[in-house]
Design a protein around this ligand. Structure first.
Ligand SMILES: Cc1cc2nc3c(=O)[nH]c(=O)nc-3n(C[C@H](O)[C@H](O)[C@H](O)COP(=O)(O)O)c2cc1C
Length: 245
């Protein structure tokens, strides 16, 4: 994983797929060719649309996955906005982000990055040391942003790296400050060899009234290529998959 994936200035919560898309006006060829008095106007509009489509900023946004209403098993979307699925993750060095993006592409819904207000140093050893201290003191770092409306979601797919056999403390901040009661929580992690450790039980202890499913553990160096494993886990967890692209 290249360190270029690491970002401490990542985006705010990503809105529901489609919600940030600007509708492109339809272009009726008849209106351009058959109505001379409107030709100039139509040409101007077409140029404006082309400029919008090919402007570099149009490619800066994350491609929104298709609506999960097209779930493979034909089940209707869950109540609330979108398909009721939130993929929330913490990532310091980018591996968990890579896996979260793979999972998000497989299920749709919304993608949210859990970030602490105070970012961790890029230096691995320093981060390891701070992570250990925070765990020892059971710190709950303040989050840079919160999910605005948790009631939209019935399923939260929660990703984190393993830090000293635990999720980073910011993940505990997230589960303790967001109402996960009545929701299904599917945890996944990336790790350097410890697997999930005790994190599933630990999350279940902190999420009262929510059901934590068996988790998915992927080694850091496999995070980029774990699509099949992730889809299999999602299917076993009863989370509807979008058709493969
Ligand atoms: C503070 C810290 C503590 C870690 N502790 C463990 C650990 O206990 N067990 C383990 O297998 N990997 C450990 N790792 C390695 C990470 O779990 C692994 O590199 C993970 O994929 C990083 O995810 P990220 O790139 O999304 O931040 C630790 C890494 C850091 C920075």
């Amino acid at each position: 994983m290249s360190t270029s994936r690491t970002s401490f200035h990542a985006t705010e919560p990503v809105p529901a797929p489609g919600s940030d898309q600007v509708p492109v006006p339809g272009r009726d060829p008849a209106s351009a060719s058959g109505r001379g008095s409107f030709t100039g106007l139509v040409l101007t509009l077409a140029m404006a649309v082309a400029a919008l489509l090919f402007h570099p900023a149009a490619f800066a946004q994350q491609a929104a996955p298709p609506q999960a209403a097209a779930a493979q098993d034909g089940s209707p979307p869950s109540p609330g906005g979108g398909n009721g699925i939130l993929v929330a993750y913490f990532s310091h060095e980018g591996h968990t982000r890579a896996l979260a993006e793979i999972i998000h592409a497989a299920v749709g819904g919304d993608l949210f990055e859990i970030r602490a207000v105070k970012s961790y140093p890029l230096d691995h050893e320093q981060a390891v040391s701070i992570g250990k201290d925070e765990q020892a003191a059971q710190i709950r770092p303040a989050l840079a942003a919160n999910v605005p409306d948790m009631s939209k979601y019935s399923t939260v797919i929660l990703g984190y790296p393993i830090w000293w056999g635990d999720p980073p403390m910011a993940v505990y901040t997230f589960v303790e400050t967001h109402d996960l009661g009545g929701k299904t929580v599917a945890p996944f992690c990336t790790h350097g060899g410890s697997g999930l450790s005790r994190t599933v039980q630990s999350l279940q202890e902190k999420i009262s009234g929510g059901k934590v499913l068996p988790g998915l553990a992927v080694r850091s160096n496999s995070a980029d290529s774990s699509g099949d494993e992730a889809r299999e886990w999602l299917q076993k967890s009863g989370i509807p998959l979008l058709p493969r692209q």
